[in-house]
Write a protein that binds this ligand. Structure first.
Ligand SMILES: NC(=O)c1ccc[n+]([C@@H]2O[C@H](COP(=O)([O-])OP(=O)(O)OC[C@H]3O[C@@H](n4cnc5c(N)ncnc54)[C@H](OP(=O)(O)O)[C@@H]3O)[C@@H](O)[C@H]2O)c1
Length: 280
């Protein structure tokens, strides 16, 4: 059996991925950026190549999940170098939908640059390219849902959001038999395309109380992120995401989750039902 290391294990995708790997009896370990009491995780930081080289020792298949931080490209280069040095055989990277070095929008362009960094290692790669996460509503948008008004600079355009549990299920499947996925890039979306208004209606029905959507301009969205103290590069990347959604580029539905898992992706209504606790 191939030894797997899961980075980003404490995050939105990482948590259900760890559960899925456990239930399929995979031979895997976790990596954490800091020592965690009671956890047997390998400790290393994406910012420190030597620590990564050490953590990747004896690993065949590496699941790479990088946080959205201003130096994300630099962190990717560190991971790529350490993976090469440590003799990793296969990299499965969680990237983003539309990743392309030539993309017109800043965030998919960055994701494409990073995918290229891993391709250039010469190590076998598989890229998972998920659309926006449903869990954004139970994460950074939860306080807006709780307060009853969701603001977004999306022009109420269609988006085929995905539940992170589906991303994790695909990742677990790929990690379980990486040879079958060498050189592949999968676009992972939900099975339905909805607007913000349609999603808040579902939240409203699920919670039994009003939740409204208020659209704001791209400029107002960027100004609000800057006011919250986000670094300029993050504002630029997330602003580019709002721009591409507003222009109608985030509504396509990919068949790949269903093809890989043999079942329909989780619906937004199911996600809302399962996440009620986030909005009490
Ligand atoms: N939200 C969306 O709609 C969306 C859509 C498509 C793609 N994405 C991409 O998905 C990624 C985020 O995924 P997520 O939400 O699952 O992650 P997340 O919940 O933000 O978790 C980030 C993970 O990165 C780890 N980490 C942070 N700094 C580290 C460091 N210096 N060294 C080692 N590990 C470090 C953390 O581990 P520790 O706890 O050990 O620090 C944590 O497990 C981003 O790259 C984003 O661009 C997001």
């Amino acid at each position: 059996m191939k030894k797997i290391l899961v980075t980003g294990a404490s995050g939105n995708i990482g948590k259900p991925l760890v559960q899925a790997l456990r239930s399929q009896g995979a031979d895997f370990e976790l990596m954490r950026s800091k020592a965690d009491q009671g956890s047997a995780a390998r400790v290393a930081s994406f910012a420190d190549v030597a620590s990564l080289r050490n953590a990747f020792g004896g690993i065949d298949t590496l699941f790479v999940l990088l946080p959205l931080v201003p130096n994300k490209l630099e962190l990717a280069k560190n991971v790529a170098q350490a993976a090469r040095d440590a003799g990793v055989k296969h990299i499965v990277r969680s990237s983003g939908a539309g990743a392309d070095r030539q993309a017109a929008y800043a965030l998919p362009r960055l994701q494409g640059e990073i995918d290229h960094v891993f391709q250039a290692t010469g190590i076998a790669t598989t890229f998972l390219r998920p659309a926006g996460f449903m869990q954004n509503y139970s994460g950074f948008m939860a306080s807006m849902v709780k307060a009853g008004t969701v603001y977004a600079a999306t022009a109420d355009a269609l988006q085929s959001l995905i539940d992170v549990r589906d991303i994790a299920a695909v990742a677990a499947k790929v990690l379980g038999n990486p040879q079958a996925h060498v050189g592949k890039a999968y676009t992972l979306t939900g099975g339905e395309s909805l607007t913000d208004s349609q999603r808040v209606k579902i939240l409203s029905e699920t919670l039994g109380r009003p939740v409204n959507f208020v659209g704001v301009s791209l400029e107002a969205g960027n100004a609000s992120m800057a006011t919250m103290g986000m670094p300029a590069s993050i504002v630029e990347w997330l602003g580019s995401l709002n721009a591409l959604v507003s222009a109608g580029h985030a509504g396509a539905i990919s068949p790949e989750v269903q093809e890989l898992l043999g079942r329909q992706p989780i619906t937004f209504r199911q996600f809302a039902q399962d996440s009620k606790g986030a909005w009490l």
